[in-house]
Design a protein around this ligand. Structure first.
Ligand code: KG4
Ligand code: ZN
Length: 345
C-alpha cells in the first residue's frame, strides 16, 4: 500500500500554514504566511486582526501547499487541522476550512492538539526521539507555553511542570518591548546576545531550586525592567548586547537545568525541545552541550519546524490518523486543551 498523504492546516495564532507530508518524514510542501508585520505595531498578537488575516490567507495558502507538493485533493489520505489550544477565532478559521474540505471530498478529518504538534515536529527529523520504543522528556517552549512533559509513549503525556505566569517566549517578547526592540522579541534578543557578555549582569534564575519542574518568568521580567531604568537615555551598544546576553542566559539556564533534572529523575535517555523559543541559538547550544556530556539523545527540530508551521500538524495528524482518530463535522475549536488530557492510543 502506498504511504499516507496528509494535508495539514494550522491557524492557532498568527501564522496561517499548510503542508503536505508523505509518510512520516517526506515533506512535500510547507507554506507559512506570517502575520508578524500586521501585529508588530501593537507589540503583540491582536486576536481580531489575526482572525481576519487567517480568513484571507487560508484558501491561497492551502492551494499553494497542494500545488507545491504536486498533489490534488484526490491523492490525499486525510486532512489534519489544529483544533486547539490557541485563539478561538483563529482556530475556527482553519478548522472550519478543513471541515468543509473534508466534507466536500469525503476525506477523513483529523483534529490535532497544537502542543502535540510541536512535539511531533521532532518525528519529522532524521534523529528520532524515543517515541513508542521508550519514554522521552518533552520541553515545549513557545510564546504561549512553557511546559515539561514525560512522554510515556508517543501520544501519552504526563505534565511534570509548567510556567506559573509568563511563557518563556512571552518573557522574551515583553523584555524586548521594554528595551524598545520591537516584536517579536526572541529573534532580536538572540541576535544581539551573540555580541554580548552573558556574565556581565546577574539576573535572577526564578524557581531554580524552589520547585522541581515549574517555571516563572515574571520576576525576571521585573528585574530586567529595574535594570533598564538605570539607563534613562535607553540601552545601546555594549550595554544593550550584554543585557540581552545576560537575560537570555538566565532563561536558558532555568530551562536547561529543569529539563536535565527531569531526564535524570525519571531515568529517560531522550529529550525533545520544541516550540518557537527552541530556535534560540544559546538554548540549542547549551542543551546540546549538557546532553552530550550526560549521554542523553537530544532532538531539537530545525528552527522552521520550531515556530508555528503545518508540517508539525501533519506529523501529529498522521500519528493520530493511524491511531483511528477522526473528527466529526460538529467538532468545535478548543482554546484550552491540555496535552495530558489527550490520552494514549
Ligand atoms: O511556537 P511559536 O511560533 O508560537 C506559539 O505557539 O506561541 O513561538 C513564538 C515565540 C515568540 O515568543 C518568539 O519571540 C519566540 O517564540 N522565539 C524566540 C526565538 N525565535 C522565536 N525566542 C528566543 N529566541 C529565538 N531565536
Ligand atoms: Zn506554537
Amino acid at each position: 500500500m502506498s504511504e499516507p498523504l496528509i494535508l495539514a492546516i494550522e491557524t492557532s495564532c498568527d501564522e496561517t500554514a499548510a503542508a503536505v507530508l508523505r509518510g512520516d518524514r517526506e515533506v512535500l510542501s510547507d507554506v507559512v504566511a506570517s502575520q508578524v508585520s500586521l501585529h508588530a505595531e501593537y507589540g503583540g498578537v491582536v486576536p481580531e486582526l489575526a482572525c481576519r488575516a487567517h480568513v484571507e490567507s487560508v484558501d491561497p495558502v492551502v492551494k499553494e501547499a497542494l500545488a507545491k507538493a504536486g498533489v490534488s485533493l484526490g491523492d490525499l489520505t486525510a486532512i489534519a487541522a489544529t483544533q486547539g489550544p490557541g485563539l478561538v477565532g483563529a482556530l475556527l478559521v482553519g478548522l472550519s476550512y478543513a471541515k468543509a474540505l473534508a466534507w466536500s471530498t469525503g476525506l477523513p478529518l483529523v483534529p490535532v492538539n497544537h502542543l502535540e504538534a510541536h512535539i511531533s515536529a521532532a518525528f519529522v527529523e532524521k534523529e528520532q526521539p524515543g517515541g513508542n520504543e521508550r519514554p522521552f522528556i518533552g520541553l515545549v517552549v513557545s510564546g504561549g507555553h512553557t511546559s515539561l512533559y514525560l512522554c510515556e509513549e508517543r501520544s501519552r503525556y504526563r505534565l511534570l511542570g509548567q510556567t506559573l505566569d509568563d511563557a518563556a517566549g512571552e518573557a522574551f517578547d515583553k523584555v524586548a518591548k521594554i528595551m524598545g526592540l520591537g516584536y517579536p522579541g526572541g529573534v532580536v534578543i538572540d541576535k544581539l546576545a551573540k555580541e554580548g557578555d552573558r556574565k556581565r549582569f546577574e539576573f535572577p534564575r526564578p524557581m531554580m531550586k524552589k520547585s522541581r519542574y515549574d517555571f516563572s518568568f515574571s520576576g525576571l521580567k521585573t528585574a530586567l525592567r529595574t535594570h533598564v531604568e538605570k539607563y534613562p537615555d535607553g540601552l545601546s551598544g555594549k550595554d544593550l548586547n550584554d543585557t540581552c546576553a545576560s537575560f537570555q542566559e538566565a532563561v536558558v539556564e532555568v530551562l536547561t537545568v529543569k529539563a536535565m533534572r527531569a531526564v535524570k529523575d525519571l531515568g529517560v535517555r531522550d529529550l525533545v525541545v520544541c516550540g518557537g523559543v527552541a530556535c534560540n541559538s544559546r538554548l540549542r547550544d547549551k542543551m546540546a552541550e549538557l546532553c552530550g556530556k550526560r549521554g542523553v539523545s537530544l532532538v531539537i527540530p530545525r528552527p522552521r519546524y520550531c515556530t508555528d508551521n503545518a508540517v508539525m500538524v501533519a506529523s501529529a495528524g498522521l500519528h493520530r490518523y493511524e491511531a483511528g482518530v477522526r473528527g466529526a463535522m460538529d467538532i468545535q475549536a478548543v482554546p484550552t486543551w491540555p496535552l495530558e488530557g489527550l490520552g494514549g492510543d
